[in-house]
Design a protein around this ligand. Structure first.
Ligand SMILES: [Zn+2]
Length: 426
């Protein structure tokens, strides 16, 4: 059993073997550390679970104040044995098995992500506090009223030599790059890729903030400019995949590409995604502090990725700006925008397309969200922050990832349908 400390997290993941079982987060964008085997009798807490090897790890990265994501591999002989794996230090509101329903696993190295049965998990007390001698002050400050610490135990059957285990479905930077490269290869007349921003660690990791411009050939100066930004919060992969769905729908609609110039930023918080953060980015010194909540500081823009994107936004002055997120506790989609006949028309168009309920959640909140600041600075009139759903799947979707992408296509039809409706009125 390792001692719990908050300084020993290092980027790049960890790998630890216990007999013939290896827990490994040294994957691209992996997260999970302080792996330990704990007494097997502790795994009997779930009714009907028989004792079996039990392992524990932490997901909190350094001094990050929030954690509810991990991505790691479990290597074993794949002989069908059962283990219990516990993540010790999540925090969020809710803390029911439903709140863990985005948990997922892959038996084909991440090609396919399958839903994990929430009947095979239980919520438990968080454990770092019990072992983190000398870290009481840090423990006491962990989370807040809507991010209450807890742990989760998962019962896993190891019937493949390598099981990737994650919560939620990862949207990695390699995935982003392959996706955008494929779009550009298939539609070279329509797709242009550029680096719109760099982060504190872009040069070291090789992952800057990439932007895709999608529009028909010819001058786009007179077309409606649409900017979609996802991944301010790196763990919110439903929002990241919704951006992919939006792009797929736009690429399939030649009429839109003639009328609009789309600018997509699929992952703003590249360092957070790379280093396994949940909400914040990563300090220049990596382990120096909690980093910056990119979504809550647009009025000050302390991070380079914000400053770079803001400069682009000042040039672009989009007709429509959408910041894509996903709440991890919602079963309805919260929509943040300033009330006006125009935003009401767009929300009506969205409701006609969406498979989930869209709820008016009021203006984009302070401290300054991206749409709030862009509206207040006169850079757009139509600014929205849309909370897609992480924990709900559209009926008929075989995986959460399929559902997240399909919701993005629905959002595209709603937003662009709404713009079309406004243009007809004018
Ligand atoms: Zn968010």
């Amino acid at each position: 059993m390792t001692g719990w400390s908050y300084e020993d997290w290092r980027p790049g993941g960890e790998r630890a073997s216990f007999g013939d079982v290896t827990l490994d987060s040294t994957l691209h964008c992996g997260n999970g550390h302080d792996f330990a085997q704990v007494r097997a009798r502790e795994s009997r807490r779930v009714t009907g679970w028989k004792a079996c090897p039990t392992y524990r790890f932490r997901a909190r990265t350094g001094l990050a104040p929030y954690a509810w994501r991990f991505l790691l591999a479990i290597d074993s002989p794949g002989d069908g044995r059962e283990i219990v794996l516990e993540v010790a230090d999540f925090n969020h509101e809710g803390r029911t098995p439903w709140h863990e329903s985005a948990t997922t696993y892959s038996l084909d190295d991440g090609e396919t992500w399958l839903p994990f049965d929430t009947g095979a998990l239980e919520i438990v007390d968080w454990t770092p506090g019990a072992h983190a001698h000398g870290h009481e002050a840090i423990d006491a400050a962990y989370g807040d009223a809507s991010h209450v610490p807890y742990g989760v135990r998962y019962r896993l059957k190891l019937d493949a030599p390598r099981v990737l285990f994650a919560s939620p479905t990862p949207f990695t930077l390699d995935y982003r790059d392959r996706l955008l490269a494929r779009f550009a290869e298939e539609r070279p007349d329509v797709v242009a890729l550029a680096t719109v921003a760099r982060s504190a660690h872009s040069d070291a990791t090789g992952y800057p903030v990439t932007m895709a411009r999608l529009t028909a050939p010819g001058s786009w100066a007179d077309r409606d400019r649409v900017l979609i930004v996802a991944g301010e919060h790196p763990a919110e992969s439903a929002g990241l995949y919704a951006c992919e769905g939006f792009m797929r729908e736009a690429l399939a609609r030649q009429d839109w590409l003639e009328r609009c110039a789309f600018f997509f930023v699929p992952v703003l918080n590249v360092d957070g995604v790379f280093f396994g953060r949940t909400y914040f980015n990563v300090s220049p010194g990596i382990t120096d502090g909690p980093g910056v909540n990119l979504s809550a500081t647009w009025h000050e823009r302390p991070a380079r990725e914000q400053q770079d994107l803001w400069r682009f936004l000042q040039e672009l002055r989009p007709r429509l700006l959408v910041s894509l997120h996903n709440g991890r506790h919602r079963n309805r989609m919260d929509q943040f925008c300033d009330p006006s006949p125009e935003t009401a028309a767009i929300n009506d168009a969205l409701r006609a397309q969406l498979g989930f309920e869209l709820v008016d959640a009021g203006p984009p909140r302070a401290p300054a969200r991206l749409p709030r600041e862009a509206i207040d600075q006169g850079l757009t009139k139509l600014g929205f922050l849309t909370e897609t759903l992480l924990l709900e799947r559209l009926p008929g979707s075989p995986s959460f990832r399929d559902s997240y992408v399909e919701v993005g296509r629905q959002l595209a039809r709603g937003y662009i349908g709404g713009l079309d409706a406004l243009n007809e009125v004018l």
